[in-house]
Design a protein around this ligand. Sequence first.
Ligand code: AMP
Length: 190
Amino acid sequence: MKNYIIFGPPGAGKGSQAVILSKKYNLKHISTGDILREEIKNGTKLGIKVKSLMDQGVLVGDEIIMEIIESVIDHSGSYSGFLYDGFPRTLTQLTALDQMLKRHNLKIDAVISLVVDEDILIKRMLRRAEIEGRADDADIEVVKKRIETYRAQTEPLIEIFEKRDGYFSLEGNTTIENNFNEICKIIENL
Ligand code: AMP
């Protein structure tokens, strides 16, 4: 089982890439954001608990996220691996993922980091709000808060990834197709 992380700020295009990559390489796409939005939509206890944090553009607790990850991993089906999208987002989550994979004799095989200019991120999220109707994309203040949260709590993980094998940083300002082709090259050369 391969374990790939698609990394980057909100609006970088992680989700779009994850959908097509997981199809091409038979990976289970694990988007913690999508899972949480589904919980909110279904009005579950968990959904009610996380809604206001997500609406504010701040992170949901690490324990909640790790419970989600563990339960998804335990039901992995016939996939060739996992593609994490929007996870890990904190040092605690990364450490927990490393430990969990170690218990299964697995490791993070690659981290693909999309680097995108801030003005493009903001434009993309506001445009996505019109298409997908996500409340946290529609409000410019929430969009800015999410980028700020990324810079403070998530971006520092890059320093750790850079010291390991399998870290790839990619200029993500271009089209979905260009990014996809570049990522495929990375995966196929691993
Ligand atoms: P996303 O769809 O990945 O942009 O996530 C939307 C929101 O869900 C984030 O702004 C957070 O509030 C929450 N969220 C998603 N993934 C995580 C995570 N790994 N850790 C903490 N919060 C998360």
